[in-house]
Design a protein around this ligand. Structure first.
Ligand code: SIN
Length: 189
């Protein structure tokens, strides 16, 4: 699959007939909301884990030297906390462009973190069949990769460190992210 997913997302999943759509963010979408939204609420999806297994050619790296950013991988016994945004369908023109490097939108259910119920919404996931996928590596290897990478959106380390802070604010204990953060901080010290 081509790593530019804009056309696939827009053709497979037209949203214009909807008044608003909930979007679940688990990576940079938690801490960088550069789009208008109607409301936002902490949420949890089940059956997925956050992993720094996706390459970034356009934000935190380049095609020649991709950075490493978050995607979700299937993990039936696990859940992942993040931030959900209610947006109008036109906002997906911007979001599809931002997430174009391998991320496909899927509809899924997520629960509100405050226990007040659940909603059906979209999440962007970069699966193992996209051209920018990098796959599994140890926290040390991922930290070394992140420490040397940068792209048009800034240093790759900023992505990781901002996400780790945002997860702490949400009360999310993400051992994968925190292990990389600890290795990265040693390298940056
Ligand atoms: C997300 O944050 O939900 C998707 C991945 C990213 O943009 O960092």
């Amino acid at each position: 699959m081509s790593h530019n997913t804009i056309t696939i997302n827009q053709q497979q999943q037209p949203l214009d007939h909807l008044e608003s759509v909930w979007l679940f963010g688990y990576g940079s979408l938690i801490y960088k909301a550069d789009f208008p939204y109607l409301q936002r609420k902490p949420a949890r999806i089940h059956g997925w884990q956050r992993r720094f297994w996706q390459g970034s050619h356009d934000h935190r790296g380049t095609p020649e030297a991709p950075g490493r950013v978050a995607t979700l991988v299937e993990a039936p016994q696990h859940s992942c906390d993040g931030m959900a945004y209610e947006v109008t369908p036109d906002v997906f023109a911007h979001l599809d462009h931002r997430e174009k490097n391998g991320y496909l939108r899927i509809f899924t259910r997520f629960d509100w973190l405050d226990g007040s119920g659940q909603v059906e919404g979209l999440v962007y996931i970069a699966g193992p069949d996209n051209e920018a996928y990098l796959g599994e590596a140890s926290p040390q290897q991922i930290a070394r990769h992140i420490a040397r990478s940068k792209g048009p959106s800034g240093p790759n380390s900023e992505y990781l460190l901002k996400l780790a802070d945002a997860l702490r604010e949400l009360g999310e204990q993400d051992e994968h992210v925190f292990a990389i953060e600890s290795e990265l901080k040693k390298l940056l010290a």
